[in-house]
Design a protein around this ligand. Structure first.
Ligand code: CA
Ligand code: CA
Ligand code: CA
Length: 530
């Protein structure tokens, strides 16, 4: 006869077996318990109890459901206390701690927390490389090159040599059309980003649209190293031009089109833009704006490289779109052609002289030339380095300011006039090795009405001692009460890598996003100013 205690015990067992998703499975060990990024087909013995034939396993970033770059190729049943999982760790997998989940065929699951970790394959070379945590003024929201269901990065190659973003309403909703270039695959990947959350809306219906907005991939005959987004044909839909200073002497553009029925955005294939006379350096910089007020943006393509010679003459070309292609209507020649000046390393269009006409700013190695519009026939010369140039309202007042960079970057308070000296400068942290300047964007991302300055520094070794330089991004956030003293932040990559800061982009106000291209690792990171 069963004792009362035995009856109670049987009742418990019976009750437990009727509770289908109870965690009756225990997952306690993994051997090996770590693997380097890029490990393929590794057998991991998973220990625990309650395993049954047909069990499967999953590796997820600790505390999340995100696979984080580990794909389980197969799970083999050994016995009730052991499974063998065969896994592949993507080269871009998160260097982090992972949980292991086991699920039997009947749906019962168990999870072991923090049983496995992904390490850096070059860790023996990285002694002393300690990445600085993200400053508390910022949050990391997203990575655009996500690990897909087969365990590999969705976008192959070196995504992140370039990135730009432009606000557009799709289905009545604000969305950031965000093209990013990949040099190795010569592809332009066009993302659709929610400006508030930083999440990609690709593959979902946006706003009131009922049809999904697909992600767009466009091939181009050159590495799309520079991007400008503008409206060349005046239809209100953003168009895109891309260029490369060391390519085939041709730039390319893509016309956007909105489907009037579905509201879905698409792009034409790449259409060439050629200079009036061949120039091997064509494409070192791009700028676009409506110069003549007809609602169509004109395009400026710079052809400037340091030590250029032969056919790579330093020049700047102004183009107008004629409905199907671009024709050049003005060419600016290097005022100092014998000095290999780098005239045309960068270019920008903005009214910084306060006349209401747009001015053309041309950066050179040791000079910045300012051609007042609308004629662009003569220039003011500023004795400052101009590998990157831009204009925005940085220090307040009614006029746009001229930003030249250069180390340091110099801010000339608008309206700019001949002989003016910089109002202030911003530069990298003293003693931090590496090139600090590769890309420069300006925009108000902290909501005080003044443009903040974001500088990509992909060869920067940061505040640590990371081999080759993992790269960094400098962000100078304005202080409305002391506009000449922005607060300097340095963002380092979230994990050891290379090329972080090759390209940067910022959302327009009132949004607060920063995009960081990391071309060596093939990633675009999305941050927000808190
Ligand atoms: Ca257009
Ligand atoms: Ca125009
Ligand atoms: Ca600001």
């Amino acid at each position: 006869m069963l004792s009362r205690w035995a009856v109670l015990l049987l009742w418990f067992v019976a009750a437990a077996s009727l509770w289908p998703l109870a965690a009756q499975i225990q997952v306690t060990t993994a051997n090996p318990n770590s693997a380097a990024q890029g490990t393929i087909n590794l057998d991991v013995a998973i220990g625990g109890n309650g395993f049954k034939h047909g069990a499967n396993s999953k590796f997820v970033l600790t505390g999340t459901t995100n696979p984080g770059g580990i794909a389980v190729n197969s799970t083999a049943f050994v016995n009730s206390s052991q499974l063998t999982a065969n896994i592949t760790v993507a080269s871009t997998a998160n260097i982090a701690s992972f949980d292991i989940q086991v699920q039997n065929a009947d749906g019962r699951t168990g999870k072991g927390t923090g049983l496995f970790s992904v390490t850096n394959p070059n860790s023996s070379n990285n002694q002393g490389c300690i990445l600085q945590p993200l400053p508390s003024a910022f949050s990391q929201l997203n990575t655009l090159n996500y690990i897909n269901s087969t365990g590999v990065p969705q976008y192959p190659g070196t995504l992140g040599i370039s990135v730009r973003t432009r606000l557009l309403k799709l289905g009545g909703k604000d969305v950031l059309v965000t093209p990013a270039g990949s040099a190795s695959t010569r592809l332009l990947e066009i993302f659709f980003i929610d400006p508030a959350t930083g999440l990609a809306l690709d593959g979902t219906p946006i706003g009131t649209n009922s049809q999904s907005q697909p992600h767009i991939t466009k091939s181009v005959p050159i590495p799309p190293a520079h991007i400008v987004i503008a409206d060349f044909n005046g239809d209100g839909v953003p168009d895109i031009a891309v260029s490369f200073a060391y390519g085939n002497g041709t730039a390319y553009f893509f016309l956007g089109a909105l489907d009037s029925v579905t509201g879905v955005l698409s792009y034409s294939d790449a259409i060439p833009i050629n200079p009036p006379t061949a120039n091997a350096s064509f494409g070192s910089g791009l700028a676009a704006a409506d110069l003549d007020g007809d609602g169509r943006d004109e395009l400026v393509v710079a052809a400037g490289v340091v030590n250029s010679g032969g056919s790579g003459k330093n020049q700047v070309f102004l183009f107008k779109f004629n409905g199907s292609t671009f024709t050049a209507f003005q060419t600016l020649n290097d005022p100092a052609p014998k000095t290999k000046s780098g005239f045309g390393l960068s270019v920008a269009l903005a009214d910084v002289t306060g006349t209401s006409d747009l001015d053309l700013i041309v950066g050179a190695t040791n000079s910045v030339y300012l051609y007042p519009g609308p004629s662009f026939t003569s220039s003011l010369v500023f004795p400052t380095a101009g590998s990157r140039v831009g204009a925005a309202s940085v220090d307040g007042g009614s006029f746009l300011d001229l930003v030249t960079a250069g180390n340091p970057a110099a801010i000339y308070s608008g309206p700019v006039s001949s002989g003016e000296t910089p109002a202030f400068t911003v530069g990298p942290i003293a003693g931090v090795p590496g090139i600090w300047l590769n890309d420069l964007v300006l925009g108000d991302i902290n909501g005080d009405g003044l443009a903040d300055i974001v500088v990509g520094a992909p060869n920067n070794a940061g505040g640590s001692n990371c081999p080759g330089g993992g790269g960094s991004v400098y962000v100078f956030l304005t202080n409305a009460l002391t506009p000449s003293q922005p607060t300097r932040y340095m963002l380092e990559p979230p994990r050891i890598g290379a090329g972080f800061g090759e390209a940067v982009a910022v959302s327009p106000a009132p949004y607060r996003l920063i995009f960081v291209g990391e071309n060596v690792m093939g990633q675009v990171w999305v941050y927000k100013v808190n």
